[in-house]
Design a protein around this ligand. Structure first.
Ligand code: GLN
Ligand code: ZN
Length: 756
């Protein structure tokens, strides 16, 4: 049997111990000079390549390393420099690059948005009517030559394809997409030709947009565009790489004029594999078989992976098959070897980027030799069996009641009247989203607690002081519904993960979120079950200080799921419902303790929606169901709030309505107009707060601006249901600016009330 090849599609850039992040921040902070910065970056790049080389994989990705973000690298290489940076364009290339990434005086940074349904954020390419892309530089060539020169590696350069690049750009008008994709082709041809000339054998071109909704006519566009690229670059082979789901129109896409196509066989719901089972694979094409989960942290199940290879083997010759991860390994931490704390059974089942490379090699070898046994695969079986047998995964969660077993709440209008009689709020009530400025004294207290300089009691006393101070401030500001301030939280997901059963926390499981920012997502490994009360004491304390209502504050089940790594033996819906039940225990405890308003935040509800609209209904059904489960069984007089940000809500208004919260607060600074229009067409029946100012900026918005926002919202929501609040929590703001902004906000609400 011919040798089955293996490929890495992309690898984390942050380094084993986040060296990349530290170096960037040291350079930006002026602590490392340019020369040292570039030299150390090169060291990191080469260290990473050495690891890839030693792993034994055949196709080593090059050019996916970046100083900030790969999409930004493409924008710069294609000369797509937004006008506002033109003053910098003639100057230093690196300064310009970081200005585009992070902003410069008078020139706000490029917009950042989520990379498909991952937690990675890319910088959005910007086009204007006059944009004319051409190859201004060839970073892939530089990376290719460096790998060859320094380490003798003939790497496989990774480019994001023209279709995906254009689809993810802004400033391309509807109907203009095809033209813009075509306009990019010469730059791709030149970049690829230069690579071919330098000796590259294969080029990887990522087109993940092929797993989203792809209009039929785009298939023709792709045929034309890849036909052109292929015709111009005859010396080199093209591997068209897709990931994050089943490919739209696979029957046609598999016939595109390229030499190989990579498919995701992990997150495809079986569709990619079925398509090949049913209609085969072109004999002349390489198939990149993504059978190791590039987004999960668990070891691969050898039987499942080899089973997929076996099925593929019926239609694809062994010498045309490449064993690879389902996507770039960018989305998982670097090395599980560094995990030395916490439950050994849980961490024993981890496979991060380095371990996944080893798995690819082991799977390819086993497949080639027609065996399913090898030391590594055996270890995987044992580790996964131990995880499956973990008592944390085998709890009796069936005794929990579902929402249907409880008293259903009365219809909203009835609840509204009951709640109005109870709370007697003015029209246009004011509130905030939950968090208040996390000042340095709070962060210091947390460090002191960890170091043992202060004990838990002292720590809690410091937090309570803050809550007390801010309850007084909120009253003085004239805010109607108060919050305790969330001073105890470092993060809205991790905080609750620590207080629930079923979670594991890694020591070093960092992944890049955006730029130099990394996150360490909690790991849901077992059944999520409530333990002790999580928020009751803080909420009761805050409520004891004031006669105004103080909202209890929790993170909802979908957000808890979305911002964690999670088990793959249960569906996402099942995990979400487990979390929902655990949260519901807390909700009912809060109610029992006299907290009359409870907010359950779901900022991530939209972001993990499927990439294809056709699958939204099913997703939204369970996502909304999980939210309702989390707040199920509360009395009609208890006011349920929720909050969402980061999304275009007008797309999911019916689902938001189905959540049936008494009040929802939304971020609207980015899409106020669109949302107001949507609400005009499709009135929303419950209480709603359209954020009146953007909390991401230190600028204090003035009263008139906020008044204008309230007036426009009043054109679609009556005053007895419209709330006045900021866009999101205030934890990142300084105290003086938060106070000033809230003062203007309550003033704007008062003025708007006078106009009623
Ligand atoms: N209650 C949270 C806060 O105010 C909500 C955060 C969020 O929506 N991302 O910080
Ligand atoms: Zn928010």
């Amino acid at each position: 049997m011919a040798k089955v090849k293996t490929a890495g599609l992309g690898y984390p850039r942050i380094g084993e111990k986040r060296e990349w992040k530290l170096l960037l921040e040291s350079y930006w902070g002026g602590k490392t000079n340019r020369e040292d910065f570039l030299a150390q970056m090169k060291e990191l790049r080469l260290a990473r390549l050495r690891k890839l080389l030693l792993s034994g994989i055949d196709f080593v990705p090059v050019g996916d390393f970046t100083l900030y973000d790969s999409m930004l690298d493409h924008s710069v290489a294609f000369g797509l420099i937004p006008e506002r940076f033109s003053g910098l364009a003639s100057q230093d290339a690196l300064d310009l690059y970081f200005a585009m990434a992070r902003g410069a005086t008078g020139a706000p940074a490029s917009e950042m948005t989520k990379w498909f349904d991952t937690n990675y954020h890319y910088l959005v390419p910007e086009w204007t009517a006059s944009s004319a892309p051409s190859l201004a530089s060839n970073p892939w060539l530089e990376a290719f030559l460096e790998a060859k020169r320094e380490l003798g590696i003939v790497g496989r350069p990774v480019l994001i394809g023209p279709y995906t690049f254009a689809r993810l750009s802004k400033g391309i008008a509807a109907g203009q997409l095809a033209d813009k994709v075509r306009a990019l082709v010469p730059a791709y041809i030149q970049a690829i030709s230069e690579l071919a000339e330098a000796g590259a054998g294969w080029i990887q071109i990522d087109e993940p947009s092929l797993v989203t909704d792809v209009p039929e006519e785009h298939v023709e566009l792709l045929q034309a565009v890849y036909g052109q690229i292929k015709a111009a670059a005859t010396e080199v082979k093209l591997q068209l790489q897709t990931y994050f789901g089943p490919v739209a129109h696979l029957e046609k896409i598999k016939l595109l004029p390229v030499d190989g196509i990579g498919l995701d066989f992990v997150r495809d719901g079986g569709a990619n594999l079925e398509s090949i089972d049913n209609s085969g694979w072109p004999a002349d094409k390489v198939l990149g078989a993504g059978i190791v989960d590039g987004r999960g942290i668990w070891r691969v199940d050898p039987n499942a992976a080899l089973g997929k290879l076996e099925r593929l083997g019926k239609n694809v010759a062994a010498d045309k098959l490449i064993v690879q991860p389902s996507c770039s390994l960018l989305h998982v931490p670097v090395s599980a070897k560094l995990e030395s704390t916490g439950d050994p059974v849980v961490r024993g089942a981890f496979a991060f980027a380095d371990e996944k490379l080893a798995e690819l090699v082991a799977l390819a070898e086993a497949w080639e030799q027609g065996t399913s046994a090898s030391p590594l695969l055996e270890q995987n079986r044992e580790a996964l069996a131990a995880l499956q047998a973990h008592p944390g995964r085998n709890r009796d969660v069936s005794s929990e009641v579902g929402e249907s077993d409880r008293n259903a709440r009365a219809p909203f209008e009835e609840r509204r009247v009951l709640q109005q009689n109870k709370f007697k709020l003015p029209p246009l009530p004011t509130t905030t989203i939950g968090s208040l400025p996390q000042t340095s004294d709070i962060r210091r207290a947390r460090v002191d607690l960890r170091k043992g300089n202060i004990d838990q009691a002292k720590y809690e006393e410091i937090l309570r002081e803050k809550t007390k101070l801010w309850i007084e401030r909120q009253e003085e500001l004239g805010i109607d519904v108060l919050v305790h301030g969330e001073f105890e939280r470092t993060d809205m997901v991790e905080h609750f993960g620590h207080l629930l059963d079923g979670y594991h926390f890694t020591g070093n499981g960092w992944v890049q979120s955006y730029g130099s920012r990394c996150v360490k997502p909690p790991v849901i490994y077992g059944d999520v079950v409530a333990r002790d009360p999580m928020t009751v004491a803080d909420s009761v304390y805050a409520q004891s200080l004031t006669s105004r209502p103080v909202k209890g504050m929790l993170t909802g089940p979908i957000t808890m799921l979305a911002w964690s790594f999670y088990r793959d033996d249960l569906s996402k819906a099942e995990i979400a419902f487990q979390i929902a039940r655990a949260l519901n225990v807390e909700v009912l405890r809060l109610e029992e303790a006299g907290i009359a308003m409870i907010q359950v935040d779901e900022p991530a509800l939209r972001e993990i929606a499927p990439l294809r609209k056709g699958e939204w209904k099913e997703y939204l059904d369970w996502a909304v169901g999980a939210f309702r489960e989390s707040v199920g069984g509360v009395q009609n007089e208890t006011q349920v709030h929720t909050h969402m940000c980061y999304c275009d809500f007008h797309e999911i208004l019916p689902a938001i309505e189905a959540m049936d919260a008494d009040v929802i607060s939304l971020e609207t600074s980015r899409s106020h107009g669109a949302l107001v229009e949507a609400l005009r067409d499709e009135p929303y029946a419950n209480g709603i707060g359209l954020g009146v100012y953007d909390i991401h900026s230190p600028v204090v918005p003035d009263t008139a601006e906020m008044l204008a926002v309230i007036r426009s919202a009043l054109s679609v929501v009556p005053s007895e249901r419209l709330w006045v609040n900021p866009d999101c929590g205030l934890k990142t703001r300084g105290e003086p600016e938060a106070i000033a902004a809230l003062k203007n906000m309550t003033e704007a609400a008062a003025l708007a009330r006078q106009e009623l």
